[in-house]
Design a binder for this molecule. Structure first.
Ligand SMILES: [Zn+2]
Length: 176
């Protein structure tokens, strides 16, 4: 976007100062605010966790289910449980490995919910992660970390042939 930026920074031969936020406002395309933005982008969020969660919500993560549509992979079996097919909904809500980790994270916060699928998980989060309490903040960090850790574990198994137990993932979320 260099040419756009130069046009904004320079007026004829006069170079003028422009704040980065103004520049961003001029070059970005605006769209409707989505209800889930507060689950991903919140004060104190951890960028890596939020980025992967954002990609998961938009279904942009290269799950086997998506790659199979492009003919890139033929075996779509989930490496975490070795039974379901690896889609976003399976990986983060239906998979027994992910479900055990998520339920344990909630239990640490004194809550109980077993999601029946991705939409159910997102709906629950939107209903329950409201306000600015310490618990809500911890849950937002916990759920974005959960998504990050499950994706990391999926990649660890897929690319490095290594495994971590559910307890290790829970420990990692607790530490974060
Ligand atoms: Zn699975």
């Amino acid at each position: 976007m260099r040419s756009d930026a130069v046009r904004l920074f320079c007026s004829g031969s006069n170079l003028y100062q422009i704040r980065a936020s103004c520049l961003w406002d001029k070059v970005r395309s605006r769209s409707e605010k989505v209800p889930w933005h507060r689950l991903v982008w919140f004060p104190g969020h951890i960028p890596n966790f939020s980025l992967i969660s954002w990609m998961a919500i938009l279904d942009r993560l290269p799950t086997k289910n998506r790659l199979a549509r492009f003919g890139i992979v033929t075996n779509s079996v989930c490496r975490l449980c070795s039974s379901g097919l690896e889609s976003r909904s399976h990986l983060f809500s239906e998979c027994s490995y992910a479900s055990e980790a998520w339920c344990a994270i909630l239990l640490l916060c004194g809550l109980y919910h077993v999601p029946t699928g991705w939409n159910d998980l997102l709906h629950w989060l939107l209903l329950n992660l409201k306000g600015k309490s310490l618990l809500v903040h911890i849950l937002k960090l916990g759920w974005t970390d959960f998504i990050y850790c499950i994706w990391e574990e999926r990649n660890r198994r897929h690319f490095r042939g290594m495994h971590c137990s559910v307890d290790t993932v829970i420990g990692s979320v607790k530490e974060s």
